[in-house]
Design a protein around this ligand. Structure first.
Ligand code: URA
Length: 208
């Protein structure tokens, strides 16, 4: 699939294996989530434009290249997406952060918006953060919300994706690039990813 990038670098595979392990506790889970996101960010920002800047090294004058991280916005989907924010900000500390909150309607099983706080998006590069791309419904709605607020250049970053979720995003948002550390096998009857890692929010915040 043209818009799907599975970033399966050995470091990412190594860290993801520890993350998946049911015995990995919340402290390590949070650290690994941050580290894997940082490594994904390296790949997901490859297309960012650079501008030239004059530098004086201790020896002479030269020209370097820089990115404008003020023109980057990250949008975690509450709450599990919060675990990925620091991974992006550690590489691009001037990025702005917006928040999207969605809950699942028990009748329709569709995501419903309960919170949306987005900064000015202008022509920013936007990275929507959703660690588990399961059905893809939440990410698709979050991307709808970002587009409604004026967002144009959008990438979706996740730790693990299911084929069902990827299909949903490709169908609803063919302009959005998806970066994931793994494309897993499938969803189970409760829309959990197999083999996956369980509930990312519960494991980040030890709520189960
Ligand atoms: N959300 C999770 O946290 N885990 C899954 O497997 C699916 C959705």
């Amino acid at each position: 699939m043209r818009n799907l990038m599975v970033v399966n670098h050995p470091l990412i595979q190594h860290k993801l294996s520890i993350l998946r392990n049911k015995d990995t506790g919340p402290k390590e889970f949070r650290e690994l989530t941050r580290e894997i996101t940082l490594l994904l960010t390296y790949e997901a920002t490859r297309h960012l434009p650079t501008y030239e800047t004059k530098i004086e090294t201790p020896l002479c004058a030269t020209t370097g290249k820089m990115i404008e991280d003020k023109k980057v916005t990250v949008v975690p989907i509450l709450r599990a997406g919060l675990g990925m924010v620091e991974g992006v900000l550690s590489l691009m500390p001037n990025a702005s952060v917006g928040f999207v909150g969605l809950y699942r309607d028990p009748q329709t099983i569709r995501p419903v918006e309960y919170y949306c706080k987005l900064p000015k998006l202008n022509d920013n590069e936007i990275f929507v953060l959703d660690p588990m791309l399961a059905t893809g419904f939440s990410s698709a709605v979050a991307i709808d919300m970002v587009k409604k607020a004026g967002g144009k250049r959008i990438s979706l970053m996740c730790l693990i994706a299911a084929p069902e979720g990827v299909k949903e995003i490709v169908n609803t948002h063919p302009d959005v690039r998806i970066f994931t550390a793994s494309l897993d096998e499938r969803l189970n009857d409760h829309a959990y990813i197999l083999p996956g890692l369980g509930d990312a929010g519960d494991r980040l915040y030890r709520t189960k």
